[in-house]
Design a protein around this ligand. Structure first.
Ligand code: IPM
Ligand code: MG
Length: 362
């Protein structure tokens, strides 16, 4: 029996999670494994209910489980709340408290969706990148941070906001090992992405990544400044295998890279720790409140996140592949949600495409 904490979150989070569970239920039957789901509130809906976006009971449910599946958090209506009460804070809190330092974001283009990519087909084809993003350091968590006032030279009181981009060598080392190990199982190349021409923290990042690379002689390593990487992802994505980077650069580059696949709605992610805490799986897209409840959102990112859960938390590689292949086959038959639809395709609702995918897992 596997205990999974389900964090639906806000907006379309509820629906995409429902789809992923339908797929997990199918896996449960076919592979004869039992999943037990515990639902807990997080984000804006938790704030409405309890006054905080991450109630203690939710965190405890997560900690006590074997794995966590999350939909999405956030809603524009909370834009004016203090940072501490915003839905996003809940997600950052869980990542940090569960020590989920390694965020894996695979960017793999389905041939079936090449037409939906904003890149020319010959550029997008065969793109297969693993973005390894450090998840609990950097400007996201660095101290000191805040908004304070200062006095200018001409004696005016003005506000100043600041965050701290900070990494220590232990943090860089552990995420580097994740990246190089991942490359060993893939195409044996790591691109370290930083801003070492300007930032001290990036110079250390590069230095430590280089030191770690020496332990992986079979893996080729190269270095790229983040601005250049943003450009190269669009002009030549096929050159990348594993991208190793910090929290903020990884956040930005993964949204950019997702478009290569035709839609933000296609990309899953896994957030891993040192193995002492349960891992968390979530689509990289947000809560899209404008689409909430309309049954039109693309559930594939969350379905593939559930597949990653089977792989990384439950060591069920075959079941992982079964989901991936079911998604591929469904796309191959021309079924599409709105975000990846073009004339002539079979347009599916969220629940319809879920049903089609589930039926292909046998
Ligand atoms: C992501 C998201 C989060 C992040 C937000 C919702 C806090 O953009 O997972 O990429 O910035 O990490
Ligand atoms: Mg993001």
């Amino acid at each position: 029996m596997k205990n999974i904490t389900i964090l639906e979150g806000d907006g379309v989070g509820i629906e995409v999670v429902e789809s992923a569970i339908e797929i997990l239920d199918r896996i449960s039957k076919v592979y004869n494994v039992e999943f037990n789901y515990t639902y807990a509130p997080i984000g804006g809906r938790a704030y409405e209910k309890t006054g905080v976006p991450l109630p203690d009971s939710t965190f405890e449910a997560c900690r006590a489980s074997d794995a966590i599946l999350l939909g999405a958090v956030g809603n524009w209506k909370y834009d004016n709340l203090p940072v501490e009460l915003r839905p996003e804070k809940a997600l950052l809190g869980i990542r940090r408290k569960l020590n989920l330092f390694a965020n894996l974001r695979p960017v793999k283009v389905f041939d079936e969706l090449l037409h939906a990519s904003p890149l020319k087909e010959e550029k997008a084809r065969n793109t297969d990148i693993m973005i390894v993003r450090e998840l609990i350091g950097d400007v996201y968590f660095g101290e000191p941070k805040g908004i304070m006032t200062k006095t200018t030279f001409d004696n005016r009181e003005i506000k100043v906001g600041f965050n701290n981009m900070i990494y220590d060598e232990d943090e860089i080392r552990r995420i580097s090992h994740v990246a190089f190990k991942s490359a060993q199982k893939r195409n044996k190349k790591v691109t370290v992405v930083d801003k070492a021409n300007v930032l001290e923290v990036s110079r250390l990042f590069r230095e430590v990544a280089t030191e770690v690379s020496k332990q992986y002689q079979d893996v080729e390593v190269n270095y790229m400044y983040v601005d250049n990487c943003a450009m190269q992802l669009i002009t030549n994505p096929q050159q990348f295998d594993v991208i190793l980077t910090g929290n903020i650069f990884g956040d930005i580059l993964s949204d950019e890279a997702s478009t290569i696949c035709g839609s933000l709605g296609m990309l899953p992610s896994a957030s891993l720790s040192d193995g002492k805490t349960p891992y968390l799986y979530e689509p990289i897209h947000g809560s899209a409140p404008d689409l909430e409840g309309k049954n039109v959102v693309n559930p594939i990112a969350t379905i593939l996140s559930a597949a990653m859960m089977l792989y990384y938390s439950f060591d069920m590689k075959e079941a992982h592949d079964a989901i991936y292949n079911a998604v591929k086959q469904t796309l191959n038959e021309g079924h599409r949600t709105l975000d990846i639809y073009r004339d002539g395709d079979s347009l599916c609702s969220r629940s319809k495409i879920t049903e089609l995918i589930a039926a292909k897992i046998n």
